[in-house]
Ligand binder design. Structure first.
Ligand SMILES: [Zn+2]
Length: 120
């Protein structure tokens, strides 16, 4: 499963961050997910729940933000931010589009709670 390997990679980062900042509980993870990653949000959440069990991220909320791809119209040549796979060219309405980018999958923020106060 595509999502599982992404979540596994994400868990490594989360656990590393939690260790580094002496965090005992991660409450929310903000993710930027590209339009073309083909990630199914429900599957992503289910995988995350599974992987997060027993870690600092157990029970954390996933806040997923979709990152637009760069779209280019093959008819009029316009460039625009593609936010949906089915949206037509904003200038001429053509559906003959070419997309690039939009393959991001990264953590943009982690909300956490620290039990003991530690100085930086
Ligand atoms: Zn166009």
């Amino acid at each position: 499963m595509h999502e599982a390997s992404m979540v596994a990679a994400m868990m490594n980062i989360l656990e590393e961050e939690a260790r580094r900042h002496k965090v005992t509980k991660i409450t929310r993870v903000r993710l930027a997910v590209g339009l073309f990653t083909a990630v199914e949000p429900r599957t992503l959440e289910a995988c995350f729940e599974l992987y997060a069990e027993g870690t600092a991220a157990e029970g954390a909320e996933l806040a997923v933000e979709t990152v637009p791809a760069e779209g280019r119209c093959l008819d009029c040549g316009a460039s625009f931010a593609m936010t949906s796979l089915r949206a037509p060219c904003p200038l001429c309405g053509s559906l003959r589009l070419e997309g690039s980018g939009g393959r991001d999958f990264r953590i943009t923020g982690i909300d956490a709670r620290q039990d003991e106060k530690t100085s930086e």
